[in-house]
Ligand binder design. Structure first.
Ligand SMILES: [Cu+2]
Length: 464
C-alpha cells in the first residue's frame, strides 16, 4: 500500500479548517437543530436470516430518510463507527464545496470514532439521496445509501407519501455477502446484485388512502443497476426527476414506456389510488424473464375521491438558465484507459485496477494528489459540456454541486429536465447546458461505482 499523499495537518491548513473533530469546534447555531448519523456495522433480514457485515446508520435497520426544509439551515453530525474511513455526500444538493463530502477534494476522510459536521441551507426542494464518498464500493454495497428529502417551503397537500430506496444486495442463498464486485464486471457493465430490494425488503408494502393522491418518491441508490420501472394498477403522472419539477413531460411508467432510473437518479410520481378499498398498485422493474415487483401500495379506508387534475403543483427550484447564445463548449470523453496500472491505494479504498478514463486519463484514486482539474471555469459562466461515450457500456455521469440539463443527443430525444446525473448510453454523445454558479472543486464521475473506482472519475474547478 502506498503512502497517503497528503497529511491531515497540510490538508486542514490548505482547506481553512472546514472540518471538525470529535471535539466539535463548529459554533452552535440556534437556527439549525443538529441531526446526527452514525455510520456503523449492521445486520438485517434481507433474505430468510440476518445478513451480517452490513453498513447502515442503525445496527438493525436501513439508513433513515433524512428530511430538511428548503431555505432553512440544516446541520448533521456524521460519526464514523466503522473501522474504515468514510465521508458523506449529499447527492444532487447544491451545497458549499466544503460540505460536499468528497475526500481530498473537499475534506479529509472521517476516521473511526471521529465526527464531521455538515451544515448548509438547501436551495432546492425535492428528492435527493446520501451515501459515502470514501470506501464507496464497500460501504454502499453493504447498505449505506439513504434517501434525502427537501420539503417545499410551502407544504403541498398530498394524501400520503411513499419513499422507495431501490437497491440490490449481492448475497448467497444463506444471506451472506458474496464478492461485492468482480474485475470482469468492473471492466464491463458492472457487477449486479443477486437480491433486488426496496427499502431493504424484497417486496415493500404500504397502506395508503383509497382514492387518494400519493406522492411516490423513488431513488435508484444501487451501485450498478439501471432500473426500467413500470407502475401497474393506477393512473398517475411523473412530476419530478432528479429533484426538480419537470420542464418537459416524461411518460408515465408502463410496459411500453418504462421509466429509466440509472444509479443516482430519482423520480417523483403522483399516483391516483383506485377508488376501491383493497386495490393494489405495484412498482415493478424489468428483470430476466418477467418484470419483478419491488413494492406495493394498497388502498385502505373510505374513498377520498380525489382527482389527478387537482394534484398539487410543484414550483420550480431556483436554477439559473444558461445563456446559450455563445456558450463556451468543453468536451469530455469517457472510455477505456490506455494505461492499465493500479490506482493509488489511499484511505478510501482501491479496487486495484484502472479500466476507465475521462479524457484518456484514469482517476488515480481518492488519495491522489496533484491531479489536475479536467477543466476550469469562471463562476457565472454559461457552458455546454459535450459528453462523449467511446465505450460499449452505459454510464450514469454525475456532477456534484450544480444542476444541468441535457440539450441534445446523437441517439435519441432527451427531455431537457434539470438533473445532476445523466445516463450516457453506449456510443452516445450528449450535450448538457448549465451555469457554473457554485465555486469549488466538483467531483465528476460515473455512478456505476465499479467504473468510478477503476478510473471513470475526475473533477472540474469553478473559480471566482
Ligand atoms: Cu460507468
Amino acid at each position: 500500500m502506498s503512502q497517503m499523499t497528503i497529511s491531515r495537518r497540510g490538508f486542514m491548513g490548505a482547506m481553512g479548517a472546514g472540518a471538525i473533530g470529535a471535539a466539535g469546534l463548529w459554533p452552535r447555531q440556534a437556527s439549525a437543530q443538529v441531526q446526527s448519523l452514525t455510520i456503523q456495522p449492521a445486520s438485517y433480514v434481507v433474505l430468510d436470516q440476518p445478513t451480517q457485515a452490513m453498513v447502515s446508520a442503525y445496527a438493525d435497520a436501513p439508513p433513515p430518510v433524512i428530511r430538511m426544509a428548503q431555505g432553512q439551515p440544516f446541520a448533521i453530525d456524521v460519526t464514523n463507527a466503522t473501522p474504515d474511513y468514510t465521508a458523506m455526500h449529499w447527492h444532487g444538493l447544491r451545497v458549499p464545496n466544503a460540505m460536499d463530502g468528497v475526500p481530498y477534494l473537499t475534506q479529509f476522510p472521517i476516521a473511526q470514532d471521529e465526527t464531521f459536521r455538515y451544515a448548509f441551507t438547501p436551495t432546492d426542494a425535492g428528492t435527493y439521496w446520501y451515501h459515502p464518498h470514501c470506501m464507496t464500493m464497500d460501504q454502499m454495497a453493504r447498505g449505506m445509501t439513504g434517501v434525502l428529502i427537501v420539503d417545499e417551503a410551502d407544504p403541498l397537500d398530498f394524501d400520503a407519501e411513499v419513499v422507495l430506496n431501490l437497491r440490490d444486495f449481492r448475497l448467497n442463498s444463506a444471506g451472506e455477502f458474496i464478492d461485492l464486485w468482480t474485475p470482469r464486471g468492473a471492466a464491463r457493465s458492472g457487477t449486479f446484485g443477486t437480491v433486488m430490494t426496496a427499502n431493504w425488503s424484497q417486496l415493500d408494502r404500504h397502506d395508503v388512502p383509497t382514492g387518494g393522491l400519493v406522492r411516490l418518491r423513488l431513488a435508484a441508490t444501487d451501485t450498478t443497476r439501471i432500473y426500467k420501472l413500470i407502475l401497474e394498477g393506477a393512473a398517475g403522472e411523473v412530476i419530478a426527476m432528479d429533484g426538480h419539477p419537470l420542464r418537459e413531460g416524461v411518460p408515465f411508467p408502463s410496459v411500453e414506456t418504462p421509466l429509466v432510473l440509472s444509479p443516482g437518479q430519482r423520480a417523483e410520481i403522483v399516483v391516483k389510488m383506485p377508488a376501491v378499498e383493497g386495490a393494489l398498485v405495484t412498482v415493478l422493474t424489468d428483470a430476466p424473464g418477467a418484470p419483478r415487483a419491488l413494492a406495493q401500495l394498497r388502498s385502505v379506508g373510505a374513498p377520498l375521491g380525489r382527482v389527478l387534475a387537482a394534484a398539487p403543483q410543484l414550483l420550480p427550484n431556483p436554477v439559473t438558465e444558461p445563456d446559450l447564445t455563445a456558450p463556451r463548449v468543453e468536451e469530455f470523453v469517457f472510455g477505456w484507459t490506455p494505461e492499465g496500472g493500479p490506482p493509488v491505494d489511499g484511505l478510501c479504498g482501491s479496487l486495484g485496477y484502472s479500466f476507465w478514463s475521462i479524457n484518456r486519463t484514469p482517476w488515480q484514486g481518492d488519495a491522489a494528489e496533484n491531479t489536475p482539474a479536467l477543466a476550469t471555469f469562471q463562476k457565472g459562466e454559461s457552458v455546454v459540456l459535450r459528453l462523449r461515450n467511446e465505450s460499449p457500456n452505459d454510464h450514469p455521469i454525475h456532477l456534484h454541486g450544480m444542476t444541468f440539463r441535457p440539450i441534445s443527443s446523437n441517439k435519441r430525444y432527451l427531455p431537457s429536465n434539470w438533473t445532476d446525473t445523466a445516463l450516457l448510453l453506449r456510443d452516445e454523445t450528449i450535450e448538457i447546458a448549465m451555469v457554473m454558479d457554485n465555486p469549488g472543486d466538483w467531483a465528476f464521475h460515473c455512478h456505476v461505482i465499479e467504473h468510478q473506482k477503476t478510473g471513470l472519475a475526475g473533477f472540474i474547478r469553478v473559480v471566482g
